[in-house]
Design a protein around this ligand. Structure first.
Ligand code: PLP
Length: 380
């Protein structure tokens, strides 16, 4: 076999993205530095207003992270000890961690194997007299089946907190992620589709009362200085992050379009390489607008493939190797292996490939060629 040039294809290339908008971002940062107003103020307000409009929500409250967005939403409903909150068994840890942090019990539901989102068919059987809320997750950038979920939550009078950390701009019908439930939680973690230069998050809501109280809770529950009506915390979004996010928001639609193009390019390349079915299963685009925060395939012999890709200079990641019910910190809940078969299968089979907007066609060709090479070497 002849030696081949090894292309470097990182999972994500934030330096390339920064270079493409450097002047504008630097100017926004310099404005904050000149003003020296770092805590809330006009930059945070402008960012909140812009994200609310973008997400088709009436209100937005900037907070310290996506995790804190979930936490503060639960606090706002006074959910705590003795309460149950239903969520997906297959997500980033924060989804379930925030439920446990307020003292409530996370109740897990298995996923739909096509979308990787909570299966609404299994929702009703998990509702008890203690159930207060449900947190559907729009995983990998595709929305959960909100219509079916809402039918059930409305019948039972449950609060809906959308975990839209991976799905800003995603759509189901004409509705945007985060605008449908009582709360929509966003994350500006740097690796998200709209990432800040550090941690940040936001809570969307259409209810003015809920919004007013969220704004107090992020400042230790004070509506006016030194008067604490509730027990909150310091959950504020930094003005610096808000200024950067506001600039980057202008490019989000372009980036989402690029991610969708990349997904189509991958689909075409996998098809041409004859890999579909036998070796890999491609991600399904079921809802109207997928943000392709991640392009996730299912792959035979996944762990060996991931190692092979890394050796060949291709970044890839397993989201998530262990379903939430089986995390050590939830062992007291007593979940036995086999109880969440689709989540377990996903944890064993899925692999996220680079899909960031700045990715070149040549890089994607290299990724698929390398995957084909792996399966040829398996067959040999
Ligand atoms: C990133 C993420 C979070 C947490 O956001 P942070 O800003 O990192 O705290 C929560 N849920 C999901 C599904 C995420 O992907």
């Amino acid at each position: 076999m002849g030696t081949r040039v090894m292309l470097k294809v990182p999972l994500l290339d934030l330096k390339a993205q920064y270079q493409s908008i450097k002047n504008e971002v630097d100017q926004a940062v310099e404005e904050v530095l000149a003003e020296q107003q770092f805590i809330l103020g006009p930059k945070v307000q402008e960012c909140e207003d812009a994200i609310a409009v973008y997400s088709q929500s009436r209100f937005a409250c900037g907070v310290s992270s996506g995790t804190d967005a979930l936490l503060i939403s639960l606090l706002n409903e006074e959910i705590g000890a003795g309460d149950e909150v239903i969520t997906s068994a297959y997500s980033f840890f924060a989804t379930a961690g925030s439920i446990a942090r307020v003292g409530a019990k996370p109740v897990f539901v298995d996923i739909d194997p096509v979308t990787y989102n909570l299966d609404p068919e299994q929702l009703e059987e998990n509702i008890t007299s203690k159930t207060k809320a449900i947190i559907p997750v729009h995983l990998f950038g595709q929305m959960a089946e909100m219509g079916a979920i809402q039918k059930i939550t409305q019948a039972h009078g449950l609060i809906v907190i959308e975990d839209a950390a991976q799905a800003l701009g995603a759509e189901d019908g004409a509705r945007r992620a985060g605008s449908i439930g009582h709360y929509g939680c966003l994350s500006f973690f740097p690796a998200k589709n709209l990432g800040g230069f550090g941690d940040g998050g936001m809570v969307l809501t259409n209810d003015e009362k809920r919004h007013e109280r969220l704004k107090a809770l992020r400042m230790h529950g004070a509506r006016t200085k030194y008067n604490h009506d509730w027990l909150g915390g310091n959950f504020r979004l930094d003005a610096l992050q808000a200024a950067i996010i506001r600039v980057k928001l202008k490019y989000l639609d372009l980036w989402i379009a690029k991610r969708n193009e990349n997904a189509q390019t991958y689909n075409r390349l996998f098809e041409a390489a004859g890999l579909i079915g036998a070796a890999v299963t491609l991600p399904a685009r079921v809802r109207d607008r997928h943000t392709f925060h991640q392009y996730v395939i299912r792959a035979i012999n996944r762990n060996a493939l991931a190692r092979f890709l890394n050796e060949k200079g291709v970044g890839c990641e397993i989201y998530y190797p262990c379903p939430l019910p089986y995390q050590k910190c939830f062992s007291h809940l007593g979940h036995k292996k086999g109880a969440f078969p689709e989540s377990e299968k996903a944890a064993e089979e899925t692999l996220a490939l680079p899909t960031y907007p700045e990715l070149s066609e040549e890089q994607m060709e290299y990724v698929v060629k390398t995957i084909a090479e792996f399966y040829q070497s398996c067959a040999a």
